[in-house]
Write a protein that binds this ligand. Structure first.
Ligand code: C2E
Ligand code: CA
Ligand code: CA
Length: 705
């Protein structure tokens, strides 16, 4: 026979309030606990305690609001101590649950442990709170529903903790939405537990509430109201703090990452051109090497050096030089693909890394484009030029330093070839560099020990083949290697500065010889001396030349300088001042190798020169049916004549060429056809014969020449 139970009723509005409080409390607790994982300092435990108080109070408030909504047909009240104890239980269990949940790592064991404590907190609170009613006779609990209420508390708490943990680390969902979701689930745990527990509780008819005289409903309502307001206040304050903190943190993170990337950028880029610097280049090459090792992807390292840039910088000033460097950087960047790297190594040196390229033809094509791009950069009437060397991985090296050195060596060879060109690396270059070094040391001794000799190559008028002059060409009479041609050592002398001593020696030797011939009573034609481009800028060159002429008592009219046209136009233009001083002294100047350089005919007008020497590469083709060169030579001659310059054709080897040049009105010729460069005695004989033909009386005075 069963017991009859009282039938309780619920006020639904108050029930709704209970649910809101549960969610609110959960939200606040999660929010506060979020700070625990964020700070991990002594503050962390304060936040944890605050979270636990909120959670506990929330559970507690929810319960009692729930109880206020529940009405039994008897007078109800709650025992003060037990009610207080229920609050303490809720807080302690909550704090353990939150402590477990706030760890940075969440294992399954930890999740279960947290859920158990959370459920214990809710359930313990609930059943203690029920006990506070001091019902007589006691509340009859339906064991099935009790177990069910515990399971609800456990399951939903676990879910809530799990959501809270996952959302805490999923930064996208952090903030309000994430916490709100977890709070709703946790609120559901509290509410679910409460109402399942209430279903489990049966109040036998005739029961009385032993605590009816203690905390009555009115009191409880006030207390719970106060707690709720406190909770709401804490929640709102926490949320506001949270938003500020979040904003502040986000801002900090932004400015920090900005500063970080600025720093990272600065440490890896060149400030002037914003290209990669050495550091980033090295990273890039190491990455490319790694890709080569893993996927066999080849790549090329390109070394670019602007020709004669130091001169520009000195002449135009550093600001203008910087502008040119920036333009060169932009021009080269525009040539290569986005995935390629252009780096500035400082000064006028650049290194490019071309990914996925290996064929010689492909690299050559890109390098030609680079040369072209640089040549489009105009500075006044002149344009820039560059020397480019390339090395490929794996052919020329599989180490960073090897590849860069190989590209550098190749670039150096491009400079040697006469600048404004491209040169791929090949294996024997390294040996050549070593050889050059040995040659340099050797040459130093040669100048000192008098191993150099001057040969003379006569020049003749085209029409009647009369001697018109000669070019002094240096040779190195090596004690072991024999006669070494100038092409083998002039470049080295230029690069090492030995050229100053070398050419001073040639000039002195020529002036002394002219004096000797004059003393022999010979008619001496003007002798041309080659002047290295590097030396044209020597301030004291006119003075030294003057001094040399005076020392040997030689009139300036016997001397002529040849400066090469293949040097960048700007260097020639820069030399205008020096050339004017030569003119003033009476020393004439010829522009050598005309047609090999930039061939800007327009600047010729500005140069104080008297002679123009057409490069032998144009003359060589004159005999063949290459109409192009005929036209070029014809127009060069026409232009030179318009500027009142005498034209000399170099490298004339055949009668056919002679005839052509004659028909084109070329003034003078120089070449193997009429005479190779000859030793000094032989040239002495040539001018002696010429003097004799001219029927000079002085011929009798010749001492057996
Ligand atoms: P360059 O000034 O163009 O001198 C003319 C070169 O052409 C000479 O070579 C000469 O032997 C060569 N040559 C003359 N006629 C013919 C010909 O019919 N056919 C061919 N294939 N070649 C011909 P070399 O003496 O070997 O001189 C080479 C270069 O060395 C010169 O070219 C010049 O740039 C440089 N050089 C010679 N002496 C000096 C010097 O004292 N100072 C400087 N800076 N350079 C010098
Ligand atoms: Ca010459
Ligand atoms: Ca020449």
């Amino acid at each position: 026979m069963g017991i009859d139970y009282m039938f309780g009723t619920y006020d639904y509005r108050v029930t709704a309030l209970a649910i809101v409080v549960a969610i609110l409390a959960s939200y606040t607790a999660l929010d506060l606990v979020g700070r625990v994982s964020a700070s991990r300092t002594r503050d962390a435990y304060a936040w944890l305690a605050a979270g636990a108080v909120c959670m506990g109070t929330g559970i507690w408030s929810m319960h009692f609001i729930g109880m206020l909504a529940f009405d039994l047909p008897i007078e109800m009240g709650y025992d003060f101590e037990i009610t207080a104890l229920s609050w303490v239980m809720a807080v302690i269990a909550s704090s353990i649950a939150l402590l477990v949940a706030s760890r940075s790592q969440m294992s399954r064991a930890r999740l279960i442990l947290g859920a158990v404590f959370m459920a214990a907190s809710i359930a313990g609170m609930h059943y203690t709170g029920m006990a506070a009613m001091l019902m007589e006779p006691g509340i009859v609990y339906d064991p099935l529903w009790v177990v069910l209420s515990l399971l609800v508390a456990l399951g939903v708490s676990g879910a809530a903790l799990w959501i809270a943990f996952v959302l805490r680390d999923a930064s996208r969902l952090r903030g309000f939405a994430g916490k709100a979701t977890a709070a709703v689930v946790m609120g559901a745990a509290i509410v679910g537990m409460h109402y399942t527990g209430m279903v489990a509780a049966q109040f036998p008819i005739g029961s009385i509430c032993g605590a009816a005289s203690q905390l009555d409903s009115e009191w409880l309502a006030t207390l719970v109201g106060a707690c709720t307001i406190l909770l709401l206040g804490t929640a709102l304050t926490a949320a506001a703090l949270d938003r500020r903190l979040e904003n502040h943190t986000a801002q900090l993170v932004r400015s920090l990452s900005q500063a970080n990337s600025n720093l990272r950028h600065a440490s890896r880029h060149d400030p002037l051109t914003n290209l990669a610097n050495r550091n980033l280049l090295h990273e890039t090459i190491e990455d490319a090497l790694a890709r080569w090792r893993e996927h066999d992807e080849p790549f090329a390292v390109i070394y670019v050096d602007l020709d004669g840039f130091k001169v520009i910088n000195d002449q135009l000033g550093h600001d203008a030089g910087d502008v040119l460097l920036k333009r060169a950087a932009a021009a080269m960047t525009a040539v290569v693909r986005h995935s390629d790297t252009v780096a500035r190594m400082g000064g006028d040196e650049f290194i490019l890394v071309l990914e996925g390229v290996s064929s010689r033809a492909g690299i050559a094509q890109i390098c030609e484009k680079l040369l072209d791009a640089v040549a489009h950069i105009q500075q006044g009437t002149t344009s820039l030029s560059a020397s480019i060397g390339s090395a490929t991985c794996p052919d020329d090296g599989t180490k960073l330093s090897d590849l860069v050195t190989a590209a550098d060596v190749a670039m150096y060879m491009a400079k040697n070839k006469g600048k404004n060109c491209y040169q791929p690396y090949h294996g024997d270059m390294a040996t050549r560099i070593a050889e050059e070094y040995a040659v340099q040391e050797d040459l130093r001794g040669a100048i000192r020990d008098g191993e150099l000799v001057v040969h003379y190559q006569p020049k003749y008028s085209t029409r009647d083949r009369q001697l018109t002059g000669a070019e002094a060409l240096v040779r190195w009479q090596h004690p072991e290697k024999g006669m070494i041609p100038p092409d083998k050592f002039i470049g080295i002398a230029e690069r090492t500065g030995l050229i100053n001593d070398l050419e001073s020696w040639v000039l002195d030797s020529v002036c002394a010889q002219i004096r000797r011939w004059l003393d022999q009573g010979l008619t001496v034609p003007p002798i041309s001396v080659n002047l290295s481009a590097i030396r044209i800028h020597n301030e004291d060159l006119p003075e030294r030349t003057q001094a040399c002429l005076e020392q040997h008592n030689v009139d300036a009219g016997y001397l002529m300088f040849e400066i090469t046209e293949s040097l960048a136009v700007r260097e020639i233009l820069r030399a205008v001042e020096a050339l004017k001083r030569f003119s003033a002294m009476g020393v004439r100047v010829a522009l050598d190798d005309f047609g090999t350089g930039h061939s800007s005919l327009s600047y010729l007008r500005q140069l104080p020169i008297q002679q123009l020497k057409i490069d032998r590469s144009f003359i060589k083709d004159l005999g063949s049916c290459d109409g192009d060169h005929v036209e070029i030579v014809r127009s060069i001659i026409g232009l030179a004549h318009a500027l009142r310059l005498r034209v000399v054709a170099e490298g004339v080897e055949t009668e056919e060429q002679m005839a052509f040049l004659d028909s084109l009105n070329c003034d003078e010729v120089q070449g193997f056809l009429l005479s190779r460069p000859v030793p000094v005695e032989d040239f002495g004989n040539i001018i002696a014969r010429q003097s004799a033909r001219e029927g000079r009386a002085t011929i009798h005075l010749l001492p057996g020449a």
